[in-house]
Design a protein around this ligand. Structure first.
Ligand SMILES: [Zn+2]
Ligand SMILES: [Zn+2]
Length: 279
């Protein structure tokens, strides 16, 4: 396992499911936790979203026994992307430093939305129990962020109810694009997604649906694996990772999708919990 000391870039998937956790016998292979990806860029720890997968990551970080300092980038504040935060163990530890980055809401609204999710009556008033040093960084979608020296993060608005942000993380010439919770228009390639994904080593993309299911879900803010393949092709992304799996999709169905997508574009994989990609 990469511990970040190699200086390279690595991604580990802790939650790959969209919309709702889906535990059970039928989802053991790909996993049932919602969106959370750990990115290591040399010594820097980044998180992409904090769905229920953040619990496992938090436990692993605590077990590693070092103080946790992380930049957490949120696509948006739907529950499947923030629901793991109250169960992210480092947030209850003195010495933890967390910076929350969000750009899909207006001024002050990102922190307010997270605060609401941690407060009564939705939760006990957790913010009083958190021991971590929390900082909120609100940005305008389309801006380029430099959270750490040598780390460049481009942002763009995605098509999703209530707004959503896609990210392009660049570290020492390696590039990861993360575009989830985004709906395409049939026959059209979103210039924002193409911009984020241009020449990326890895493109993580919302593949909630199959093409045949898409018409019944217009306006829900998600895309298809077939569209993901087209996007990756045009953007010149090297490896496509299908992400945000439908909660009702079992391992067998996902394996079939993965096989079909890989036949169209070799190297394509469906994200699964625990999967590690090192660049
Ligand atoms: Zn989602
Ligand atoms: Zn959403």
């Amino acid at each position: 396992m990469s511990d970040g000391t190699s200086g390279g870039l690595s991604l580990r998937f802790w939650g790959v499911r969209g919309s709702l956790p889906s535990p059970g016998a039928g989802t053991q292979l790909y996993g049932g936790n919602t969106c959370c990806v750990e990115l290591r860029c040399g010594p820097h720890l980044l998180l992409l979203d904090a769905g229920t997968g953040a619990r496992g990551l938090g436990d692993a970080l605590v077990a590693a026994g070092r103080p946790v300092s992380a930049d957490m980038f949120f696509s948006h504040t739907h529950m499947d992307h923030i629901g793991g935060l109250p169960f992210f163990a480092p947030i209850y530890q003195n010495g933890t430093k967390l910076r929350f980055w969000g750009g899909h809401l207006g001024r002050g609204a990102f922190e307010a939305a997270l605060d609401r999710s941690w407060s009564a009556p939705l939760m006990p008033d957790l913010r009083r129990m958190f021991r971590a040093d929390l900082r909120f960084e609100e940005f305008r979608q389309g801006s380029t962020l430099q959270p750490q020296p040598g780390l460049r993060v481009e942002t763009a608005a995605l098509r999703h109810p209530g707004g959503c942000t896609g990210y392009r993380v660049e570290w020492q010439g390696r590039v990861v694009a993360y575009a989830t919770d985004t709906e395409h228009k049939p026959g059209d390639l979103d210039p924002h997604v193409l911009h984020l994904a241009r020449g990326a080593d890895v493109l993580v993309y919302d593949a909630s649906y199959e093409e045949a299911e898409f018409a019944a879900h217009l306006g829900w803010g998600h895309s298809t694996w077939q569209h993901a393949v087209r996007l990756a092709e045009v953007a010149g992304a090297r490896r496509l990772v299908l992400f945000h799996h439908e909660p009702g999709r079992d391992d067998q169905a996902l394996a079939q999708i993965e096989q079909q997508a890989a036949a169209r574009r070799p190297g394509t994989v469906a994200a699964r919990e625990g999967m590690l990609i090192e660049l």
